[in-house]
Design a protein around this ligand. Structure first.
Ligand code: HEC
Length: 153
């Protein structure tokens, strides 16, 4: 029995350490902008129903404005831009995650929480499952554009 207890503890510690280090990596990426790690993260395929998002280099202002309206109503109860709140801060999220990751967090939240290692670690940290907010794909795309815009401000 004692052995099993120690084993469980060790596994728990290892999984916590795993999460912490990937979190640090994400933070480093946010600070330095483009590291090699970011490049790897950015090309990684995402879990969830969105497998490709068309992104133009310049921000679509009208779309971003629409995204801000949806974000204010649907997301600000849990997310701030620069501070930890119920969920993680989102200002730099488009620099550390792929567009597909962000879209799937909004549209296919359950699949992301169940499968994506980054999200599993966030869940350990925030102790709450982000709910699927029932946003449609067009609105989710505009929220992504808003998040791309605030990342530059
Ligand atoms: C009820 C609270 C809640 C609401 C509302 C909410 N989220 Fe979340 N969100 C979370 C939590 C908590 C996490 C961390 C993952 C987890 O624990 O499920 C998260 C994680 C995320 C992530 C991943 C962040 C990262 O660093 O990888 C993104 C992106 C995100 N949310 C976007 C949104 C958007 C956009 C909306 C609005 C459409 C929204 N969330 C609404 C609680 C919420």
């Amino acid at each position: 029995m004692k052995k099993i207890g120690i084993l469980t503890l060790t596994i728990m510690m290892v999984s916590f350490i795993g999460c912490n280090s990937s979190d640090n990596k994400a933070e480093n990426n946010a600070q330095t902008g483009t590291t090699e790690e970011t490049a790897v993260t950015k090309t990684k395929p995402s879990y969830g129903k969105i497998q490709h998002v068309d992104i133009k280099p310049e921000i679509d202002k009208a779309m971003a404005e629409q995204g801000l309206r949806i974000f204010d109503v649907t997301c600000t109860s849990c997310h701030k831009y620069d501070e930890r709140y119920v969920g993680p801060p989102l200002r730099k999220v488009t620099q550390t995650r792929t567009p597909e990751y962000v879209m799937n967090m909004i549209l296919d939240t359950e699949t992301m929480i169940d499968n994506d290692d980054t999200v599993k670690c966030l869940l350990q940290e925030y102790m709450l499952k982000m709910p699927n907010m029932q946003v449609d794909e067009k609105d989710a795309r505009s929220v992504l554009e808003h998040l791309r815009e605030i990342a530059q401000q």
